[in-house]
Design a protein around this ligand. Structure first.
Ligand code: AR6
Ligand code: MG
Length: 303
């Protein structure tokens, strides 16, 4: 059975990676904006859309005892606030749903195949916690939840990779076993090529330089530009302290909040609540609520 602290570690790892990564995201304009709005009134660090959508997904799953696409779409839309830093097409879509549109009518309206952004992958660790012992259910839930906002096959493939690695981390798979299995989880050439480099880099003794990581794996907002990068960080720093993983993520630049969220969730699933610095947990907005939701997800799976 999985230790319950792995659930709170996973969710807090996601939220802290997101909130700590946010001030380093994008260019000077984004960083300046986050300087202005990155703290709550009582001085806590604010999380972004990554954590908000993860809370929404977990809450909707708990309420419906499973994935209910209508309810989930409405929950995502209700929580939408520009100040959480949603991606442009995700923001457009959620505002449409908030104003009464059906999600099926807008999820492929901007792009024929849907969005290939990393917005489905950033919340996928929650789905690993929802179905930790049932791969078929996990697979089906990822497809259903991604489709609402990120229907593109590359977005769904990225979400599956992040969820599967999170699940392996919850089950304490060895790094060796994960590295052997990772290629079988990649379907497209794009992910296969990146994963081959990622696996070699994890096996190598030294860490890869930021410049090389950026060109080989990516640091962008597309799922195929950030999911494998996050997996590299989570596995490379699995046995090191949480902060030592976040520092090179900040240095990499680009989509630092989402890479931090995905890598943080996997790291937290490996190492659990107690491995995360208490002062970091206290500095995060709504951390008690995040722990409470993690406990509810755990109770649904194991009680
Ligand atoms: N064709 C062309 N461009 C696309 C396509 C496509 N099929 N799909 C996405 N884009 P979005 P996200 C471009 O808006 O994935 C936030 O900071 C397009 O320019 O779905 O939810 C989050 O925290 C689109 O606006 O966002 C993440 O870090 C953009 O990719 C990040 O943004 C992002 O897709 C992405 O969030
Ligand atoms: Mg974000």
């Amino acid at each position: 059975m999985i230790d319950s602290h792995k659930y709170s570690g996973c969710f807090l790892g996601l939220a802290i990676g997101d909130a700590c990564g946010a001030p380093f995201e994008g260019g000077p304009v984004e960083r300046l904006l986050w300087k202005a709005i990155g703290k709550t009134k009582n001085g806590k660090i604010r999380y972004t859309d990554d954590t908000q959508m993860s809370i929404d997904l977990a809450s909707s799953f708990i309420q419906n005892k499973g994935v209910n696409q209508e309810h989930l779409a409405a929950t995502f839309a209700k929580s939408y606030r520009w100040s959480r830093g949603y991606g442009p097409s995700a923001a457009w879509l959620l505002k449409k749903i908030k104003n009464g549109a059906n999600w099926q009518d807008v999820n492929r309206a901007k792009f024929k195949e849907g969005s290939f952004g990393n917005g489905a992958a950033m919340r996928a660790p929650i789905l690993a916690m929802c179905s930790p012992e049932d791969n078929d259910r996990l697979n089906e839930n990822i497809e259903k939840c991604s489709e609402i906002t990120h229907a593109h096959p590359l977005a769904v493939e990225g979400a599956k990779l992040i969820a599967f690695v999170t699940c392996a981390a919850l089950h304490d798979w060895t790094t060796e076993t994960i590295l052997e299995t990772l290629p079988t989880w990649c379907k497209s050439n794009e992910y296969q090529t990146k994963m081959a480099f990622c696996i070699k880099s994890i096996q190598a003794s030294d860490a890869v330089q930021a410049k090389t990581l950026k060109s080989k794996l990516g640091n962008g907002i597309a799922a195929s530009q950030s999911c494998v990068t996050a997996i590299y960080f989570a596995l490379k720093y699995r046995n090191q302290i949480y902060d030592s993983m976040l520092t090179p993520i900040y240095k990499l630049g680009g989509d630092t909040d989402t890479i931090g969220a995905m890598a943080g969730a996997i790291w937290g699933a490996f190492n659990g609540y107690h491995a995360i610095d208490k002062s970091k947990i206290q500095s995060l907005e709504s951390s008690a609520k995040i722990v409470e939701i993690s406990e509810q997800l755990y109770a649904m799976s194991f009680n």
